[in-house]
Design a binder for this molecule. Structure first.
Ligand code: ADP
Length: 720
């Protein structure tokens, strides 16, 4: 385990100490090596300096490896190993031979060669960051060009002399080490160019150390070849300086121990191009100049320079252009990312601050997200529902305990059929098994670009308290109604008696007042009965006596009951007969429903118009219809008027004496029968009320499905 970098202050103190020690050592050695001491003494001092500096570099890089992690840790370790190898080689050579043989003995040379290889490997670890393939290829090509160019320079300046020395220089010292030096310098140069981020200075020092070392090696090779090398000269300071630079690099303060990503390299292309072509240009110049003093400014030489220089400038311009392009793209991406982040934050605040539960599902109905309110209502932690199938986990089974079919679930409908379900009531199960009523809105989640459905979003609201309030309200209404009924009956009875003249003839004004009071008390009684009926229906206490009844007969009774009202309004009731069906129904309740529908048809028809009644078989059902040619109902009210106390126009209550309860009761009764009641209407044309009940088996009559077929003689039945 790495021990982690020490605190910043301690790092700084260590660096200062290391720098002072390195500078001190360097200056002392410089003074000694450039002094007039005997060569053998200076040689020993050099060896000692090399060993001390090498030991410092080895120890420092080993310590740095301990702080670091990942690729950087490996790089520092390799570097430390390289230092150790070179050091061991130097010591062995010093022990095996006389001090002057250090660096030129086979053991020393081999150790240096291995140390160089280890250093190259170490540098490649320093550059271990994720790069694109193209970037890697460019880096490799840069390396090839730089390396070749440096080799060209070296070949011109050094190798001629090395080769000219014949066999006096070993293969290692004369060829392998200089080539390895060139490779190391090239890699170090590229590393320096390519590295950004917090460790840049440290890596710069490493690269500088190698470059100094390499240059000294080359100088050494040249001198060896020329036979002018003496160990103990100022040249040795190059190796010592290289070691010291490596040691310093290891002590450079660091904020991070590993770099997985190099920071922005804006402008890197310009520099890369300049470095690559600059070195190429120098190589060309050296080649050209190397051809001899007479050809220094020859046309050919000039053309070469123009060629390389032109290509370099061109490449530089392209690189600059690319940089601008990339910069603007990066700016755009940064802006969009900031926008997206802002949007994400807003959405998050929105989702977490609403009181309603909101969850999203994928195409399989699995929860993809749920807001905090939703998770809390369902009794889960916010992330606890992710990945679960919403329908299986919290969709409550039906009243009989059967699982609700997934195909009929609004989540499935939203995803499959893109149906938006609004205001549907449902039951959800909490994590602890509690069932609670909810009102939901489910919408499909459609991809704007492709138009494909990606999933769905469901918004739900716990309506337990609303249901409770409604229950208390209904209970209150029913209690009050019950309590009102008895005194009202006696008021109505008394008024009836008064109006009937039991106490003698009343004065005209008093008689009319009593009549109005009687009408009002009857209306109030009707309303109270309606409220009580509704309460019975909604609480499930409406007792039904279901038996097969003849449809024609039911219509006839309703017709008879409403004939008085029809006559008073000058409306003609026309009834078709001959419907073959029997229906399973509570006689009085269905007649009550029919009279309400017929009453509405009469009330909202103009005098002189006709209200038609008929019935027909539709599949297994019998459909009774009441059709008027009255004022009609706007399409958006066709459903709402089935709610309690809802009327199309507030004046309907005053003018027609209704309360807005009739249709609610009618639907309650019919639905308790398992049937359906609905309206179709066109404003100013008329309304058709449909009441559909399950047909009872008719003995001796085949119930032929007759969708839309009128079954009656008499006036043709309008088809709805
Ligand atoms: P009420 O008739 O007692 O007001 P209903 O629930 O029976 O209560 O009817 C509710 C409202 O629906 C009526 O007040 C009226 O506005 C409208 N309505 C019902 N039937 C018709 C119809 N056939 N034509 C026009 N409007 C109608």
């Amino acid at each position: 385990m790495p021990s982690g970098p020490p605190a910043a202050r301690r790092q700084l103190v260590s660096l200062v100490v290391a720098a002072v020690v390195a500078a001190g050592l360097f200056l002392v050695l410089w003074a000694l090596l450039s002094s007039s001491l005997a060569l053998s003494v200076r040689g020993s001092i050099s060896v000692l300096g090399l060993v001390v500096a090498g030991a410092l570099a080895t120890a420092s890089t080993a310590i740095r490896a301990r702080w670091s992690t990942g690729g950087r840790r490996r790089a520092w370790r390799l570097l430390s190993l390289a230092g150790l190898t070179a050091l061991v080689g130097n010591v062995l050579a010093a022990l095996l031979g006389d001090p002057e043989s250090v660096g030129s003995s086979p053991v020393g040379d081999a150790a240096i060669a291995v140390a160089l290889l280890l250093s190259i490997a170490s540098l490649t670890w320093f550059t271990q960051v994720n790069r694109s393939r193209v970037d890697l290829a460019v880096m490799a090509l840069d390396g090839v060009i730089l390396g070749t160019a440096v080799l060209m320079i070296a070949a011109s300046l050094v190798y001629d002399q090395l080769l000219a020395s014949g066999g006096s220089v070993s293969l290692l010292a004369g060829t392998v080490i200089p080539i390895l030096d060139v490779v190391l310098a090239t890699v170090a140069l590229i590393l320096l160019r390519r590295t950004r981020g917090p460790d840049r200075v440290a890596l710069g020092l490493v690269a500088a150390g190698f470059i100094v070392y390499t240059m000294t090696d080359l100088g050494y090779a040249v001198r060896i070849a020329a036979g002018t090398f003496d160990f103990g000269s100022v040249l040795d300071l190059g190796w010592i300086g290289g070691y010291l630079l490596l040691a310093l690099a290891a002590w450079w303060p660091t904020r991070v121990t590993d770099v997985s990503r190099e920071d922005g390299v804006a402008g890197a292309e310009d520099w890369d191009t300049a470095v690559v072509f600059g070195v190429l240009l120098v190589a060309t110049m050296v080649e050209v100049i190397g051809d001899g003093p007479g050809r220094l400014l020859s046309i050919e030489a000039l053309l070469w320079l123009v060629l390389i220089g032109g290509a370099g400038v061109r490449q530089g311009l392209i690189a600059r252009d690319n940089r601008h392009l990339r910069q603007s793209l990066e700016d755009q991406v940064r802006e969009r990312t900031a926008d997206l982040r802002q949007m994400g934050r807003e959405t998050e605040v929105l989702l977490s601050s609403v009181a309603d539960g909101i969850y999203g599902v994928d195409l399989e109905g699995r929860v993809t997200f749920v807001n905090p309110s939703g998770a809390e209502m369902l009794g889960y932690a916010t992330g606890g529902l992710a990945g679960m199938v919403a329908h299986d986990v919290f969709h409550a089974p039906d009243a009989e305990g059967r699982p609700f079919p997934f195909d009929a679930c609004y989540i499935e409908e939203a995803v499959r059929s893109r149906v938006v379900t609004n205001g549907e009531e449902d039951l959800y199960v909490r994590a602890d098994g509690d069932v609670f009523p909810v009102e939901i809105t489910a919408s499909p989640l459609v991809d704007d670009d492709t138009g494909e459905v990606r999933g769905g979003v469901v918004v739900f609201r716990d309506v337990t308290s609303r249901r409770e309030v409604e229950r208390v309200k209904n209970e209150f209404l029913s209690v009050v109604s019950h309590e009102l009924r008895t005194p009202l009956t006696s008021i109505r009875g008394s008024l009836g008696l008064l109006s009937g003249g039991v106490l003698g003839a009343l004065p005209e004004q008093a008689a009319s007042m009593v009549d109005r009071a009687l009408v009002s008390s009857e209306r109030l009684t009707r309303m109270i009965n309606d409220i009580l009926d509704l309460e019975r229906i909604e609480s499930g206490n409406l007792a039904l006596e279901v038996q097969p009844h003849d449809v024609d007969e039911l219509l006839a009774i309703a017709d008879r009951e409403m004939s008085g009202l029809a006559a008073s309004r000058d409306v003609r009731l026309v009834r078709s007969t001959g419907c073959p069906g029997l229906v399973l129904a509570d006689h009085d309740r269905i007649v009550q429903s029919l009279t309400n529908l017929i009453g509405n048809a009469i009330k909202f028809s103009a005098p002189g118009s006709v209200v038609e009644l008929d019935a027909r078989l539709v599949g297994d059902d019998v459909e009774m219809r009441v059709r008027d040619r009255g004022r009609g109902i706007p399409a958006d009210r066709l459903e709402t008027i089935f709610e309690r106390f809802v009327q199309v126009d507030s004046s309907d209550m005053r003018q027609e004496g209704g309360s807005g309860l009739g249709l609610a009761i009618c639907r309650g009764i019919v639905e308790r029968h398992g049937g359906r009641v609905w309206l179709e209407s066109e404003v100013d044309v008329g309304t058709t009320a449909h009441l559909s009940l399950r047909a009872a088996p008719t003995p001796g009559v085949d119930a032929v499905p007759a969708a839309g077929g009128a079954t009656a003689g008499g006036p043709s039945a309008p088809s709805a």
